[in-house]
Write a protein that binds this ligand. Structure first.
Ligand SMILES: [Zn+2]
Length: 348
């Protein structure tokens, strides 16, 4: 038997959520995960592009398997220092500007210091521009800016703060566990799944279980920009289980309390044998699961396949509400996902 320690897994998740890691600036988040994996006795290494690759030798190495989840998130970068001293941003990853409007942010300078600010519409004041206009304006790269919490009125004064074009701008995740078991935070995509993998591996480690097949865990660091798992899965692997958030919302079957098994997303159908196996494992272990289709969604599973991987790919994950906006999931969904990962790893 084994038991997923939901409270420990949640603490791991909150710690990870509080480390900024937009695609391209993931070193600290990867180090955090590596440290945790090291305590579980896994062999860990980084590849050239900075992703974490952990290996656990199983009972057999006949049909090696891989697991993946991504630690990189959405974010932004300084595109331009405006003549009024404020910043124009370029997005890292894809999202609607209104989903970050009003959010606190932190610009990291070359020396490592951070300057706080707020992401706002340039015409934010309703007493200056009227409620009608402010409500109607389209939010785009041209009219969204960062108001820095520093006395700056021009380009030179902003540069004097150490800020330069290309500096990363982090979104405040505002990570929080509610008394009702919800984890409310930005970037649960896909840190929630990294936590599920950690919770699963730890449960096996504590129970003295080993995977049935040699298993590679790839914690990828460029998923949000499309090429995360295009390298990092050993060629010997025949199966890849991608763990990424399930898209919860109107018309969707998944929810925050189950593990979703994705049957199809923008990359097409997932492998039917993987789907059948995952459904059977969930049923036999009494794990709450939902089959679902994600209409506007790509995973690292597709990245691995497009890069030429000869793999049977499946996709599971905890349901995340309002994805790429103010996200939320529940500990029950995390627990269900971690349990299905264990079942998959120990299954013949
Ligand atoms: Zn994701």
């Amino acid at each position: 038997m084994y038991k997923v320690d939901v409270s420990d897994m949640t603490q791991f998740l909150l710690g990870l959520l509080n480390i900024y890691s937009p695609s391209g600036d993931t070193e600290r988040a990867v180090a955090y995960v590596r440290k945790a994996f090291d305590t579980l006795g896994l062999e860990t290494a980084l590849n050239a592009k900075g992703a974490l690759i952990a290996t656990w030798n199983g009972q057999s190495s006949e049909r090696p398997r891989a697991l993946t989840a991504h630690v990189d998130t959405l974010g932004a970068m300084v595109k331009e220092i405006k003549s009024n001293g404020r910043l124009r941003l370029t997005q890292v990853g894809g999202y609607a500007w209104n989903s970050v409007e009003g959010e606190r942010c932190f610009v990291r300078t070359a020396t490592g210091s951070t300057v706080s600010g707020t992401i706002l519409l340039a015409q934010a004041s309703q007493h200056v521009h009227s409620v009608k206009l402010v409500g109607k304006l389209e939010r785009n790269e041209q009219n969204i800016e960062v108001r820095l919490d520093a006395r700056t009125r021009n380009v030179d004064e902003t540069r004097a703060l150490g800020i330069e074009v290309g500096d990363f701008c982090y979104l405040d995740p505002r990570a929080e566990l509610t008394e009702t078991g919800f984890v409310r935070s930005r970037h649960l995509d896909d840190k929630a799944s990294v936590a599920c993998i950690y919770g699963a591996l730890k449960a096996m480690h504590v129970a003295g279980r080993v995977p049935h097949q040699r298993t590679t865990v790839l914690v990828s660091n460029f998923e949000e920009v499309g090429h995360g798992a295009s390298v990092g899965i050993p060629a010997e692997c025949v199966e890849l289980l991608a763990v990424d958030m399930a898209a919860v919302g109107e018309g969707q079957n998944s929810d925050e309390y189950s593990c979703a098994i994705c049957v199809k997303d923008s990359g097409g159908p997932y492998h039917i044998e993987m789907r059948r196996k995952l459904v059977e494992l969930a049923q036999n272990a009494d794990i709450p699961y939902k089959l679902d289709v994600y209409p506007f969604y790509n995973s690292d599973g597709a990245a691995a396949l497009r890069a030429g991987g000869d793999l049977r790919v499946g996709l599971i994950g905890p349901g995340v509400d309002a994805s790429h906006a103010c996200e939320r999931t529940h500990q029950d969904g995390l627990s269900a996902t971690a349990r299905l990962i264990v079942e998959y790893l120990i299954a013949p």
